[in-house]
Design a protein around this ligand. Structure first.
Ligand SMILES: [Zn+2]
Ligand SMILES: [Zn+2]
Length: 61
């Protein structure tokens, strides 16, 4: 089961990478033991699409 933390990334974080990091087992369940996650690799190489970045709503500073 996904934790609340996995479903609520803080502003400025990539939703996909956050979810893959905190809900890794579920998000990578379809991968083999030594298989790279294409979604994670894509973001690592090409960066995170702006559409997936959580907007900064509560200006911390
Ligand atoms: Zn990402
Ligand atoms: Zn992944």
């Amino acid at each position: 089961m996904a934790s609340q933390k996995a479903l609520n990334p803080p502003s400025g974080e990539c939703r996909q990478c956050w979810q893959h990091a905190y809900d890794s087992r579920a998000q990578h369940a379809h991968l083999g033991p030594r298989e790279d996650c294409p979604a994670c690799v894509d973001h690592m190489r090409n960066g995170h699409p702006a559409a997936l970045i959580v907007p900064d709503e509560r200006r911390a500073w």
